[in-house]
Design a protein around this ligand. Structure first.
Ligand SMILES: Nc1ncnc2c1ncn2[C@@H]1O[C@H](COP(=O)(O)OP(=O)(O)OP(=O)(O)O)[C@@H](O)[C@H]1O
Ligand SMILES: [Mg+2]
Length: 212
């Protein structure tokens, strides 16, 4: 068992935390043969909703466990789950600044999705500070990128300026992410080969290297 915990956190809403949580989970299962648990700590329950649709469609996977917990409870829950899972992914709500600590301390790696937008950069600072204080590894993932946008190079400059690592793969702004989530699925189940699949596969590889 790898027994590693990834917490996906970002103050700003709608940056792709939940999308990244489920896509990474299925990528770890499909490409790396790992057993994965996902924990929803968001009262909005988007991850839970995705899982419900999945279970109604009988698309459950024996290597995927779903749990809900509070941000505090996630620390305890992840400790239990990592005993018999390779990876535990904690999906967090937006606006968690003061409550983020337990979910971040539970993590081996804190993954922060950002869109290439200054508003998203600013929102990362408090989470990075908490993660650095807790001596946790931090990785930024650029999401919803338009590969031709000038904002991409600005985003890289920003990431460099705050001295944090990012994956070297951008996730593009693609409708297939939205559509697959609505069906309780992920792109790695819906498509065998596509740009979106390649992005997710590449990120899952980089994250595993970071965790080792
Ligand atoms: N790469 C992408 N391309 C296109 N749409 C995306 C992408 N990533 C996420 N989305 C869409 O953006 C919206 C927000 O994504 P998601 O729910 O994953 O964000 P979140 O950070 O979990 O939000 P919240 O802070 O509310 O929990 C969703 O409609 C999702 O389908
Ligand atoms: Mg979410």
């Amino acid at each position: 068992m790898l027994s590693k915990v990834i917490t996906i956190a970002q103050q700003k809403g709608g940056t792709g935390k939940t999308t990244l949580a489920v896509h990474l989970a299925l990528a770890f299962i499909k490409y790396h043969k790992h057993k994965v648990a996902i924990i929803d700590t968001d009262p909005q329950g988007s991850l839970g909703k995705w899982f419900m649709i999945r279970s109604e469609k009988n698309s459950l996977n024996k290597n995927l466990t779903f749990k809900t917990a509070s941000l505090w409870g996630a620390q305890y829950e992840s400790k239990i789950l990592k005993q018999d899972h390779d990876i535990v992914i904690i999906d967090t709500p937006p606006k968690i600044e003061s409550d983020a600590r337990p979910a971040i301390e539970a993590a081996d790696l804190v993954l922060i999705p950002v869109a290439p937008s200054p508003v998203d950069f600013w929102a990362t600072e408090s989470i990075i500070e908490i993660a650095k204080k807790a001596k946790r590894k931090v990785l930024i993932q650029i999401n919803r990128a338009n590969h031709r946008s000038k904002l991409i190079s600005k985003t890289h400059e920003y990431i460099k300026s705050i001295n944090v690592k990012s994956t070297d793969t951008l996730i593009g702004h693609r409708q297939i992410f939205v559509a697959s989530m609505g069906e309780g699925k992920t792109v790695v189940e819906k498509q065998r080969k596509s740009k979106a699949v390649e992005e997710i596969k590449s990120i899952s590889n980089q994250i595993l290297l970071e965790l080792n």
